[in-house]
Design a protein around this ligand. Structure first.
Ligand code: AMP
Ligand code: GLY
Length: 427
């Protein structure tokens, strides 16, 4: 197939690498210097739906695979559908599972999908009244997309008032913060599961775990994700139960409401004393979870993506044995004020592993760009080093060994990715 991948992160590099193993002819919009090794990259803006459709048409692609949420929420899949171009990803209406937390919570309530009790608030007073009713700590969430900054776990009224005021009065997130979800705090361990869907059937990925905080020991600010491992130590029975009690009812509910969900459903969960409850949906692959999952996928994902786009998902996903661990390198100042421009040393020599190699290590690019014949960091998360090995301990050591071969002045990485993971989550 001729496939256009939309996005420019390490997630899209990992997807492009997976698809390249099966001989697909790949294009990327806009891609990055790592993706360039396996795909032809084209100038593009992720918020320019018409431009993306025009590019897909000019390239006469068989399939478009959309990585990030922003173009999905803008309706890129609707526009591709209208142009007769097959796309892997949900329509704008189905993408509301991620782009509106109010929609997602009300949807879960309508379909009996387990989640925290909640109220919707349009004023600071309503938000505080709801928070007091639930008790402290209490969780406040901006309704719309807020680049991972739209949630606060408030320990008391002071924090709740500050966040509610910033959203509702100061409009810190614009219209995305015009309404808040206020919900009960759930204790427990977090986990996430990914499912492919064609609008009716689902196929489950191995569980992955990501590390959202900047610093070792889960300290410091939230980030897009500083590392990941897969498979996460989640009991297979529990994964099957989450598929039956959360993923299938979600897909069935969306179809019943006239907005069938085709694409990747990402379910973020809290595993607590009351069982698994949904914290959030995302409507696209996770980053950096995708970087550790792609090396474990045995078959051709391109076929599965095309089947989802056609509404005809046929077979379950298959995975290789072994584990992968991924460590993210970020620029100085990330996440508050990332500084770009640092020269990256060691990257050009990075090998491009063969698929047959069971013990491979990958370097998936994100914020890198060419500057003459050098590679420089363009800000934020720069790359993910991923190693696949027979055991998690070996994968972890190999990923860190890979990271040590790369130099970026002031670069930040966690030192505890995939450490002590055994037994950390459930069975
Ligand atoms: P969300 O974007 O809704 O997943 O929220 C971001 C993060 O906030 C989650 O990954 C959790 O760490 C935390 N969080 C969200 N909702 C809750 C909740 N009801 N109880 C406890 N923690 C939560
Ligand atoms: N790793 C979390 C996310 O992609 O949203």
């Amino acid at each position: 197939m001729r496939i256009l991948i939309v996005g420019s992160g390490a997630r899209e590099h990992a997807l492009a690498w997976q698809l390249s193993r099966f001989g697909h002819q790949l294009h990327a919009a806009p891609g990055n210097p790592g993706i360039e090794r396996v795909a032809r990259c084209h100038d593009a803006r992720l918020d320019d739906v018409a431009g993306l459709v025009a590019l897909a048409r000019a390239l006469a692609v068989d399939l478009v695979v959309v990585g990030p949420e922003a173009p999905l929420a803008l309706g890129v899949v609707d526009a591709l559908d209208a142009a007769g171009i097959a796309a892997f990803g949900p329509t704008r209406t189905a993408a509301r599972l991620e782009s509106s937390k109010v929609f997602a919570k009300e949807f879960m309530a309508r379909h009996g999908i387990p989640s925290a009790p909640f109220r919707v608030a349009g004023s600071v007073e309503d938000a505080l009244a709801a928070a007091h009713a639930f008790g402290w700590p209490c969780v406040l969430k901006a309704d719309g997309l807020a680049a991972g900054k739209g949630v606060v776990v408030a320990r008391g009224e002071f924090e709740a008032r500050a966040f509610a005021g910033a959203c509702l009065r100061e409009r810190r997130f614009g219209d995305a913060g015009a309404r808040l979800v206020v919900e009960e705090f759930l204790p427990g361990e977090e986990a996430s599961l990914f499912f492919l869907s064609d609008g009716e059937r689902v196929a489950r990925f191995e569980p992955a775990r990501d590390y959202k905080r900047l610093l070792d020991g889960d300290l410091g600010p939230n980030t897009g994700g500083m590392g990941a491992l897969a498979p996460a130590p989640l009991d297979a029975g529990l994964c099957a139960r989450i598929e039956a009690e959360v993923a299938r009812p979600t897909i069935a509910g969306m179809a019943q409401e006239g907005a069938p969900f085709r694409g990747l459903l990402y379910v973020g969960l809290m595993l607590g004393p009351a069982g698994a409850r949904v914290l959030e949906y995302n409507v696209r692959f996770g980053d950096p979870e995708t970087q550790v999952l792609m090396p474990l996928v045995a078959g051709d994902l391109g076929e599965h993506f095309a089947e989802c786009a056609r509404g005809a998902l046929r077979s379950p996903l298959e995975f290789t044995d072994g584990f992968s661990a991924g460590v993210v390198l970020a620029t100085p100042g990330y996440p508050e004020a990332p500084r770009a421009g640092g020269v990256l040393a060691g990257l050009e020599r990075w090998p491009s592993p063969e698929e047959e190699d069971a013990n491979a290590t990958w370097c998936f690019h994100a914020g890198t760009r060419r500057d003459d014949d050098r590679l420089v960091a363009s800000g934020g998360r720069v790359l993910t080093i991923v190693a696949r090995r027979p055991t998690l301990g070996e994968a972890r050591r190999a990923a860190y060994e890979g990271l040590r071969s790369i130099a970026l002045v002031g670069g930040q990485a966690r030192g505890d990715i995939a450490a002590l993971a055994q037994g950390a989550v459930g069975g």
